[in-house]
Every structure is written in C-alpha cells, then in structure tokens.
Design a protein around this ligand. Structure first.
Ligand SMILES: Nc1ncnc2c1ncn2[C@@H]1O[C@H](COP(=O)(O)OP(=O)(O)O)[C@@H](O)[C@H]1O
Ligand SMILES: C[C@@](O)(CCOP(=O)(O)O)CC(=O)O
Length: 393
C-alpha cells in the first residue's frame, strides 16, 4: 500500500457581536475568517522503531515519541478496520492517562511552556481516542502544524488547531480503512466538531462550543448560553481588516471585571447587555439580507452594519473592556469612515474593521499603513471562509 499523506486546513474565527453579553443570556454571533491553520500528516517508511513526529512549527516544538509505547499504553481491543464508530471515553480519566503518559515518556514535561504542554496534551488525547481501537498503524508518521493565526489572541487558534488535527486523523484513518472519500460529509463534520470540543475543554475548561462549531463548519454561528451553537443557514463574504493590538489580555479577568460592575450597577449594566443583544439580532438580519442572491441597497446595509459595529464597541467600552490601543485603532478607522469594534474579551487582543465593497483600495492601503506605522499587525481577510477542508496532495 502507498504511504499515506493527508493535508487539512481549518479557519480561525472572530466574535462579531455578543462578547460579554452572551454570558448574561443574550445571543452572540461568531464567523469564520480567511486565516487558516494547516496540518499535514505523512506516513514514513519504517527503517527502525516507528515514531510519531510532532512538529508544531508555530510553537517551535519538535517531539518524537515511539509509536509502540503509545499503542501499548492506550490502544485496546476490540480492534476494528472501520472509522465509523467513534469511541466514547471519560474526558477526565482519559486526560489523566494522557498526562501520566507524557510525564513518563518525557521526564521534563512539566518544564516546557504551558502553551506547548496544552498542545501536546490535546494531540495525544485526540490521537489515542481516534486511533485507539485500530491496529492499522505500523509506519512512522509526521504530523506538521502551521497557522496564519496569532496564537492565544481570541481568533480561535485553539479550535482551529483541534479541528485540523481531528480532521487529519479522521481522513488518515479513512484512507487506512480503504475509503477514498475526498470530502468531509455532514456526519464527519459533526464528529470533527465534537472531538475538537474535547480538546477545547483541555485548553479552556468550560468552552461554549461556538469556536469548534465555527472552525468546523465555517460561516456564521449564533449562540446562547446553555444552548447548542446554531449554524446559520447563509454564507457571508465580507472583507475586514483584522488588527492585532499586540496587547495581551486575560479573558477571565475581563469577565470578572464586568461581573463586578454588574454587581454594583445591575440595572444599567443589564440595559447595556440587552442593547448588545438587540445589536446582534439586527446584525444577523442584515447579514442574512446581504447573503441573498439579489441584494438591494448594499451600501445602505453596510452603513447600517458599520453603525452597529461602532455602537457595539462603545457599549463594550462602557463596561470597561476597551483599551487605549483599541481606541487608537478605532480613531484611525474613523478618519476613513470605517466601522470598527473590539472582538472577543477586549482589554487588548484584536479589533475588526468593516470594509464595504465600494471601498477604494488606496484608502484601505493608507489605513493599513497608518495602523502598521503605529505598531499594530494588520491582516486583510474575509469573514465567512469555508470550514475545515481537505486539500489535494
Ligand atoms: N498552530 C498551533 N500549533 C500548536 N498549538 C496551537 C496552535 N494554535 C493554537 N494552539 C494551542 O491553542 C492554545 C491557544 O488557545 P487560546 O489561548 O484559547 O487562544 P485562541 O483564542 O487563539 O484560541 C495555545 O496555548 C496552544 O496550546
Ligand atoms: C468575553 C467572552 O464573551 C468572549 C471571550 O472571547 P475570546 O476568548 O477573548 O475570544 C467570554 C465567553 O463568551 O466565554
């Protein structure tokens, strides 16, 4: 049999509306973006002991572990030659087993960075869960991961990472089982999102599920606390600038800040949250209209969206989750008449700037230059890119 090679990409995401207010019961909406993570799995003919080579380029991580040890430690009969029956494991005990394995195989595991530890834990958790009842792995394999996303800055790098890994493992398994599918079907996507959610739990404890859903399916996902993320049945292709303040922020701290503010000003903060909810609902309606085949008054709709982005930002700023760098970016966008808001928890992280289709490229270039000269990182990308995809290799 030929040596197997699989290449998969998955998008990152931004929260368009509903950050913070989602925690108080309001609807939020997230959207995939055109910046992607890529995973390549390649089988390598065995010359001696087979190994799994983990190469996470964005983390400067290159680890090699003996395949035999992984198989002995995690794999269990009954062995199957089908990819179709996902294995259920108890999350906490499987993760504890993964942690024990890493401490055993890599005695300095506790000394590497927390970011690297998280990625290695997730990797082995997913690998052993997906391949754990198969006896199809004999050769060495390399798993290489790269990303266009900034890691740890609210644009869904962890979900994009997990979705890519699961999708690549699943496709690898399918090929090993003799299946020649060249696309992911709905049941594959549902499984990819569900398995990636387990990795999100490793990274975040109690994730909402909005990130893994958005990075798997692409496009727009709405979400209410305590509910299941809902895939909106329309696509968008809006151009944005994604601006990285390079100011690190702590989501938990910002969430606590808002909660303390609400304790003291329950009605006022309640009204702000409700206003954010109204903005989300109106924005979804406009996005839905913009996704129709024949759209009337496009420019007017973009002006309306711009107002909603600006209003949403100011409401978030009133909660104390903006930052001078975010305000600076907004001021630059305002000079050119563009709408702009923080995305995610705020306090730094990223801002998004809405670019209507009529925007003049020279104007966009000038704005980008202004922002770069001020020290921000700027990416020109689109909202609503495809979800996880198989690439031909
Ligand atoms: N390309 C990647 N390669 C390896 N690990 C990654 C990659 N992207 C993200 N991660 C993992 O995801 C974690 C980032 O999660 P998080 O802090 O939630 O950031 P984000 O908001 O970007 O998802 C990192 O600590 C790292 O463990
Ligand atoms: C502030 C919050 O609403 C969004 C956090 O977004 P991010 O992880 O900073 O992208 C928190 C949450 O929804 O869990």
């Amino acid at each position: 049999m030929d040596l197997c090679k699989v290449k998969v990409t998955a998008p990152g995401k931004v929260i368009l509306h509903g950050e913070h207010s989602v925690l108080y019961g309001e609807v939020a909406v997230a959207c995939s973006i055109g910046l992607r993570t890529t995973t390549i799995i390649q089988e390598i003919e065995v010359t001696n002991e087979p190994t799994i080579n983990i190469i996470f380029l964005s983390l400067g991580l290159n680890e090699s572990i003996p395949l035999k040890k992984v198989v002995e430690y995690f794999f269990e009969p009954p062995f199957s030659k089908s990819w179709k029956n996902p294995i259920e494991v108890d999350h906490a005990s499987h993760l504890a087993k993964v942690n024990r394995f890493w401490s055993m195989i890599k005695p300095n595991f506790e000394k590497i960075t927390e970011i690297q530890k998280q990625s290695l834990r997730s990797f082995l958790y997913l690998f052993s869960k997906i391949f754990g009842h198969t006896d199809l792995l004999a050769n060495s394999m390399s798993v290489e991961m790269t990303t266009e996303l900034t890691i740890g800055a609210g644009t869904g790098s962890s979900a994009s990472f997990a979705v890519c890994l699961v999708a690549a493992f699943l496709q690898f398994l399918k090929i090993k089982c003799g299946c020649n599918d060249k696309i992911f079907h709905l049941e594959d996507l549902e499984r990819i999102s569900a398995e990636a959610f387990e990795s999100e739990k490793i990274m975040h404890g109690t994730p909402s599920g909005i990130d893994n859903t958005t990075c798997t399916f692409g496009s727009l996902v709405s979400f209410k606390k305590g509910g299941t993320p809902c895939l909106l049945d329309f696509k968008t292709n809006i151009r944005i600038l994604l601006v990285d303040t390079k100011v690190s922020r702590n989501t938990k701290r910002l969430v606590s800040h808002v909660s303390a503010l609400k304790e003291k000003n329950s009605d006022a903060v309640g009204c702000v949250m409700m206003a954010c909810g109204h903005i989300t609902t109106t924005a979804i309606k406009i996005l839905e209209e913009l996704a129709q085949d024949e759209v009337k008054d496009i420019e007017e709709k973009y002006r309306h969206l711009r107002d909603l982005w600006n209003m949403n930002h100011c409401l978030l700023a009133s909660l104390g989750v903006s930052h001078p760098a975010l305000e600076d970016i907004r001021a630059s966008a305002e000079v050119y008449g563009f709408g702009c808001k923080l995305t995610g928890a705020g306090g730094g992280g990223h801002a998004i700037i809405l670019l209507p289709p009529s925007s003049d490229q020279n104007t966009i270039d000038s704005l980008m230059d202004d922002l770069k000269n001020k020290g921000y990182a700027v990416k020109d990308t689109r909202l609503g890119s495809d979800g996880v995809s198989l690439e031909i290799v």
